[in-house]
Design a protein around this ligand. Structure first.
Ligand code: NCD
Ligand code: ZN
Length: 345
């Protein structure tokens, strides 16, 4: 097979940032994706309906001319989130989900939740109206090893929340472990997971063996190979509980290449080429569309996109090593393998 037609994909976890960075990275996503769920971890975060409306307008203003890209907005859940404001934002279709960051779990998460009992009323309201909770699933206890933080989160935070708030629809985002895959598989209709592009390709050796590679450092951090294999199996299975959320997370090289560098891999530019390669290697190209274009829309209760894109296989493509912003370079994820597929047009 050397041509593959897909419904135009959606990205169910994307960081667009703001200002110069937004202008530089938005075209990379808008080129291939119809819609993306926009993460609210700006500084300061997107916490109110008014914040979300303003941010959406800045994104729409930064769209390349002629692009029909549609940002789907989220609110950043804090212990002070106002239920009425949130419900109103959901009712008018301004927001598609609410994002839970445990305080301190990742980039710009200082305003996140520490005491989960304080957000119970918000979560109950979300369950009532069917508004999904997108979860950064890592505990922040410094005593827990960083490679165990996702598995610990499931047991000590996520499962108790789901028992406490029946009917809450949860997206466990950017899953990195077989523990998370198993939990989602056995969890019924109210829990799904997104999987990133980079976690399907790298394991922790890629970050640490033979020299430290800051561009592969993201959160949750990549785990051992057996976990990566579990993610590939889940993504390529066609199971509707798993779909693409790239977590494409741009940082300037100046911020990544530091004694204490930022977490995040920037994959918007080459995600579809990388995914085609991964799915082809598994003999699962016919299930790529479910992962990129169908399963997520179905969970969020919206139509799959009408438009189609065509992936074409040929000689290895040249992906730019980085993209230029007005403030510096953002390095594009290097999958460490030739990419034979590109999006036509
Ligand atoms: C994200 C970012 O840079 O905003 N970083 C990352 O490593 N994934 C935050 C996040 O999604 O955890
Ligand atoms: Zn993210």
């Amino acid at each position: 097979m050397d041509r593959l037609t897909l419904r135009r994909p959606d990205d169910w976890h994307l960081h667009l940032r703001d200002g110069a960075m937004l202008n530089a990275v938005l075209p990379e996503t808008a080129r291939h994706f119809a819609r993306a769920l926009i993460m609210p971890n700006l500084v300061p975060p997107v916490v109110t309906a008014a914040d979300a409306a303003d941010y959406r307008d800045r994104i729409l203003a930064a769209k390349p001319r002629g692009s029909r890209f549609q940002p789907l907005m989220t609110l950043y859940l804090t212990e002070d989130t106002d239920v009425r404001d949130l419900r109103a934002a959901a009712e008018i279709g301004l927001i598609s989900a609410v994002k839970l960051y445990p305080a301190g779990a990742t980039t710009n998460s200082a305003s996140g939740v520490t005491d989960f009992s304080k957000v119970k009323r918000v979560l109950e309201n979300m369950a009532q109206i069917g508004l999904p909770l997108c979860v950064h699933g890592e505990v922040t206890d410094p005593a827990v090893d960083i490679f165990d933080r996702e598995a610990a989160f499931i047991e000590t935070v996520l499962d108790p929340i789901r028992r406490d708030v029946p009917g809450l629809r949860v997206v466990m985002e950017h899953v990195t472990t077989s523990d998370a895959v198993d939990y989602v598989r056995g969890g019924g209709d109210d829990i799904v997971a997104t999987i990133t592009t980079h976690h399907l390709v790298i394991n922790r050796n890629h970050i640490l063996a033979g020299g430290i590679r800051p561009h592969y450092y993201c959160l949750p951090v990549a785990k051992r190979e057996s976990h990566r294999r579990a993610l590939v199996a889940a993504a390529t299975s066609g199971d509707p509980s798993f779909f693409l959320g790239t977590d494409s997370a741009p940082h300037l090289d100046a911020a990544k290449l530091q004694p204490c560098g930022c977490a995040g891999c920037f994959t918007a530019t080459n995600t579809l080429s990388v995914l085609a390669e991964v799915f082809e290697a598994e003999g699962a190209l016919e299930r790529l569309e479910a992962f990129t274009s169908l399963n997520g829309a179905a969970f969020y209760g919206i139509e799959a996109n009408d438009e189609r894109i065509v992936l074409v296989k040929g000689d290895p493509i040249n992906v730019p090593p980085g993209i230029l912003t007005d403030e510096g370079v953002v390095t594009v994820f290097d999958p460490g393998m030739p990419l034979h597929w590109h999006v036509e047009g």
